[in-house]
Every structure is written in C-alpha cells, then in structure tokens.
Design a protein. Structure first.
Length: 224
C-alpha cells in the first residue's frame, strides 16, 4: 500500500528559522496577518514546511520552489511529482507528503456550546447533526470537529478551499467516505478516501486521498 508521510511539530529552532526565506506568494499572505502571534505561527509553519519537505525528498530546503493554483493551492515546482498538504492550529503544525493528491486538516477544539450551536448548521447536514444527539457538550464538540476536519481535508484535496460549502459534503458514518452534492461532482469526482489521524488531546485531524494509503507519522521536533 502506498505510504504518506505525516510530520508534526510545534516550532522551528531560531537558527533554522533565520536561514530560510519565503517566496513572494507567502510574503503577501504573511503581510495580511494583523497579530504578532499569527505571524509567528505562520513563520514556524512555513519554515517547517520547507525543512520537512527537504527531509522527505532528501534535498536542500532552500532549493524548493513552489507554484500556486488560481485559488492559491501550493504545489512543488521542483521536484515535481510529489504532493503535500500543510495545516496548523493552536500550538501545532502538520504536513502530509506523498505521491498522490492530498488534503490535510488540523483543528483545535475551541468552540463553546453557544458558538457551537451557531456553527453546526453551517457545517453539518441535518442527518449529520443527528450524530450529536445524546452526547455531552464535550462529546458534541469532539464530534463536530471530526466532521469539520474531514470536510476541510476534502476541500483541500480538491483545491477549492471554502468555495465548496461544508454543507455540500456529507460524511458517512465510518468517516472514511463522503458524498458531495450533485452540483459539485463534476469538479470533484467521487473517488476520495478519508482517514482520521491520531493527534494531540483537544485537537482533531483528517487526511483525504484518492484511495487508501498507509500513514507513516513522524514527530519532527528533533528535525526542526
């Protein structure tokens, strides 16, 4: 079975951070961030992206070049043929690297009950909302984020981002497959495989690929 490498880290050592630079697209995104904490997290995520990709591809991180779709999805320009997906939330960053198209999402559980009730109708279809019945508040938050990361992973895999409404996606009971509203099938097809990833307490993560893959996890604090 095809393998996908998943890297996890919190921060990049200052010496490594200082030795890397961002391309114009990243610099533009970084300039839009209004808070120092967000800028710092962006720096650690995108510097770590280069270092982890360099490790996965056995090349110099500074030599990596990227291209971007019209909607901003990044891809490697050189070397080509490898795919990746980056996500960061709270204190952590995750990166998936493999030979097939990928979508990875990581989210921190942070919605209280009032905020959750506002988000549920936006993210979940009525049949999905039934899964929240009889759960405690903590259980509802966990179940909500299981749906959210699965849908976001599929959105990233498709390269459509939030142009694809979360309610257009129905996550099946086993959380390994999804159904998409007919209006979107012509852009997405029907071949996806979802995996829930083991992650940190208080977080949820999911990976979307065209077919089942073997996930190889690497906590990259030593590398970064």
């Amino acid at each position: 079975m095809e393998a996908v490498q998943v890297y996890c880290w919190r921060a990049v050592r200052p010496a490594l951070l200082a030795g890397l630079s961002f391309d114009p697209h990243e610099q533009q995104r970084r300039s839009r961030l209004r808070f120092a904490t967000l800028t710092e997290r962006f720096d650690h995520a995108h510097a770590g992206l280069r270092i982890a990709l360099g490790d996965a591809l056995n090349c110099d991180p500074a030599s990596l070049q990227f291209q971007y779709s019209a909607l901003g999805k990044p891809a490697l320009l050189h070397p080509s043929g490898m795919h990746f997906s980056l996500s960061h939330a709270g204190q952590y960053c995750m990166l998936a690297v493999g030979a097939c198209p990928l979508g990875l999402d990581l989210e921190m559980h942070q919605a209280g009950s009032a905020a959750l009730q506002q988000l549920i109708p936006y993210v979940m279809q009525p049949a999905e909302q039934q899964r929240l019945a009889n759960l405690s508040e903590a259980g509802q938050i966990c179940m909500f984020y299981r749906h959210w990361v699965a849908k976001e992973a599929l959105m990233k895999h498709a390269g459509l981002g939030l142009q694809l409404p979360p309610q257009a996606i129905f996550i099946r009971d086993d959380f390994c497959a999804a159904e998409v509203a007919p209006a979107w099938e012509y852009q997405l097809g029907t071949d996806w495989y979802l995996q829930e990833l083991k992650t940190f307490q208080g977080y949820s993560a999911a990976l979307c690929t065209p077919h089942p893959v073997r996930v190889v996890s690497a906590f990259a604090d030593g590398l970064l």
